[in-house]
Design a protein around this ligand. Structure first.
Ligand SMILES: Cc1cc2nc3c(=O)[nH]c(=O)nc-3n(C[C@H](O)[C@H](O)[C@H](O)COP(=O)(O)OP(=O)(O)OC[C@H]3O[C@@H](n4cnc5c(N)ncnc54)[C@H](O)[C@@H]3O)c2cc1C
Length: 492
């Protein structure tokens, strides 16, 4: 890797900053091996004031969750000031994106979340990185200027406004884009929303302010969270999806039934197993309904489409994609096949060591951890392979005055048979057991101590006595049974 990097550096006369004291095992530029007098004459240290030229030591493309955590890690290693540039499509400094379908959508009288309140890294209890934070740390931020092209050989990026940036090392953190309905079936009608960024959420809020009938298409995270928020606005809300129950990629039918009942108690209607033919427009071009394949029409003045997301790989296809899970292929240190180019967060297809498979994870915990792991590997001699334990969570109905708040966490792999304990009053737990081993666990409304136990269980994958677990009379008792299996294994 280093030899290719050096060749590229020499060939293109790259003038990259070379730390004298910090080991850099994975960075593209290792020009320290060049005769130091020559190198010093030809090189320069990028300082905040030299950002006016086109050379950058480290560039992150994408100003989302992963970028914010990566920036923090650069700062922690003393490698941000005058060396790091973040190129973002958005107008805002990186923020905790999950807030957009949670606190951000609360009605105006229920203390909605607003920036700068949820800039990264508050989601993990860290410092709130406001735009001033980036300035103070000497990090260059280019906003609303997405990267449109890359020249791998020349190590340059071109932005939509025509800026040319030469990079030493590049981290691609472009996340995902929301999947859309095609325009020909009404996917871009006025009143039809997709929620991926602050601008999308603001647009949805202006619709909710005057909405009478909201239809949410999709029974996954976005659908469940937006429908719960719509309830707080006291609007007629219907969720439509083609599957048999909510959140089919994680929930069992029995667990989904409990959440569906809760949503119905809140007044939400369901149309399940439905396929959508098109979105209907009124004479003014605004959406008026959702037409199903069976010909029926569900009236709506606001439609929110939450049907999944696609990795935002363009313009980086040439870096090397994964054909099975999509996204940019990386190794356990987030290195792509091109030396000095890395990918993190939603867009990265990485080896999931614990289950020995390649995957992409579209969740904030992975965005945070992959960013930290990648930057640490890039800047130090740390070469541990990323060893991620899948973790998903959601929180809904948390607005002021809500009669029931919902907060679940899942750790591990949802494979094998399941055991469900608890009546959702408010707790319920589902355990996934495969070949006698506990592989995954989901807990609703646990205590902080109980939630802390979940990753330990899922990571250890203890053998459990399924019959004994099934007889547990409460979630607490079930967790005790599992915890004792952990202790037994630890003692052996
Ligand atoms: C509404 C919503 C709710 C969510 N809720 C949860 C939740 O409850 N729990 C959970 O675990 N996860 C949740 N997620 C997922 C989580 O937010 C993502 O996994 C996380 O944001 C991924 O971080 P990222 O940096 O990889 O991508 P993102 O945070 O999406 O950031 C990518 C950034 O790159 C920018 N970009 C794209 N292309 C370019 C380009 N060519 N040039 C420059 N910039 C570009 C984008 O505009 C964006 O700013 C939610 C996501 C959404 C959208």
């Amino acid at each position: 890797m280093a030899s290719i990097s050096n060749a590229l550096s020499l060939k293109h006369g790259l003038s990259l900053w070379c730390p004298q004291s910090t080991p850099s095992v994975n960075r593209i530029s290792q020009p320290c091996s060049i005769s130091s007098t020559n190198f010093r004459r030809r090189s320069f240290s990028v300082s905040a004031s030299s950002f006016a030229n086109e050379n950058r030591e480290f560039v992150i493309v994408g100003g989302g969750n992963a970028a914010g955590y990566a920036a923090r890690t650069f700062v922690e290693h003393g490698m941000a000031d005058g060396k790091l540039c973040i190129v973002s499509k958005e107008a805002y400094a990186p923020y905790e994106r999950p807030a957009l379908t949670k606190g951000y959508l609360f009605p105006h009288d229920k203390k909605p979340a607003r920036l700068p309140g949820f800039h990264t890294c508050v989601g993990s209890g860290g410092e709130r990185q406001t735009p001033d934070w980036y300035k103070e740390k000497g990090i260059e931020m280019l906003h609303e200027d997405p990267v449109s092209d890359i020249n791998i050989e020349k190590q340059t990026l071109k932005t939509s406004s025509g800026k040319l940036l030469k990079f030493g090392s590049l981290i691609i953190a472009t996340g995902c884009t929301a999947s859309r309905f095609p325009d020909k079936i009404g996917g871009n009608l006025s009143g039809v929303h997709y929620v991926r960024d602050v601008a999308d959420a603001n647009s949805l809020i202006s619709s909710l302010e005057k909405a009478k009938k909201v239809v949410v298409v999709g029974g996954g995270y976005i659908g469940m969270e937006v429908a719960a928020a719509a309830v707080a606005w006291k609007v007629d809300t219907t969720i439509i999806f083609p599957e048999e129950h909510l959140m089919t990629r994680l929930f069992t039918p029995s667990l989904a039934q409990k959440y569906e009942q809760l949503y119905q108690d809140f007044g939400v209607k369901f149309v399940k197993g439905a396929s959508i033919s098109n979105l209907e427009a009124g004479s003014d071009g605004h959406v008026v309904g959702v037409k199903l394949a069976n010909g029926s029409i569900i009236e709506a003045d606001t439609v929110v489409v939450g049907i999944g997301a696609k990795p935002a790989v363009g313009p980086f296809e040439s870096v090397g994609l994964n054909n099975t899970v999509g996204g940019i292929q990386v190794d356990g240190l987030f290195r792509t096949s091109i030396p000095g180019i890395f990918a993190i967060g939603d867009v990265a297809a990485f080896p999931l060591k614990i289950y020995d498979r390649t995957t992409r994870v579209e969740h904030v915990d992975h965005a945070r951890r992959s960013a930290q792991h990648c930057v640490k590997s890039l800047l130090t001699a740390h070469t541990d392979t990323y060893d991620y334990l899948p973790y998903f969570y959601s929180r809904v109905f948390e607005y002021e005055g809500s009669p029931r708040k919902v907060w679940w966490q899942f750790f591990g792999d949802n494979v094998g048979e399941t055991v469900e304990i608890g009546n959702f009053d408010p707790k319920v737990a589902t355990f996934w057991i495969d070949s006698g081993k506990l592989k995954g666990v989901l807990l609703e409304s646990g205590s902080p101590e109980e939630f802390q136990l979940l990753p330990k269980i899922a990571r250890s994958q203890p053998f459990v006595d399924k019959a004994k677990l099934e007889k547990a009379s409460s979630v607490e008792e079930a967790l005790e049974i599992v915890q004792s299996s952990l202790k037994v294994e630890a003692a052996v």
